[in-house]
Design a protein around this ligand. Sequence first.
Ligand code: 3PG
Length: 213
Amino acid sequence: SPADPFALLSEFGIVPVVEIPEARFAVPLARALAEAGLTTIEVTMRTPDALESIRQIATELPEFYVGVGTLFTPANVIDAQAAGARFGVSPGYTPLLGRTAREAGLPLIPGAATASEIMAAVEDGFDTVKFFPAELNGGAQALSALLAPLAASGLRHVMPTGGVTPDNLGDYLRIPRVIAAGGTWIAPRALIQAGEFDTIRDNAARALTQARA
Ligand code: 3PG
């Protein structure tokens, strides 16, 4: 397996987590992000058009590092990969989900909020986890405290998500093992639905600037 399948995420430092209400918004949304220089996205399986949205982004913008989020089931993994997803994110972790992703060759970032959950994912070979929901689990301070004893655990990277905003983004990104923070603040569902792609582009540009600071 490659040294770090998530190298592109650490390059950007942020991952827009999106709910795309209708597939017709997918490509305009991705283009708006790309205009800001942000060519990654996590399309959550929380809308019926998620798979079709992934398919259209993967087809129209092949350079885009498109991922799928809110994975629960083996079928989610298989379907999203077939649609063109290049990485997967889940709110939690189960050995079945992990095995499915590994066998399919889909790099997976499982959700974990406790030491036990992190250890279970690492034990099964996953060295990158999503700390979720990050703010409600104590935020950057709690994450630092959680990571301290796990220094030699095999956990390499963390992607905090859930409650990340421009106000706390910097706190997360200062933690050495945090490669990127995810969240809906860049492209909230209401802006997508309203076709406010200029605002989304500006949000993405600001977030990128902040992540690079
Ligand atoms: C996720 O799916 O990871 C979260 O819903 C994103 O959380 P946020 O809306 O607080 O950014």
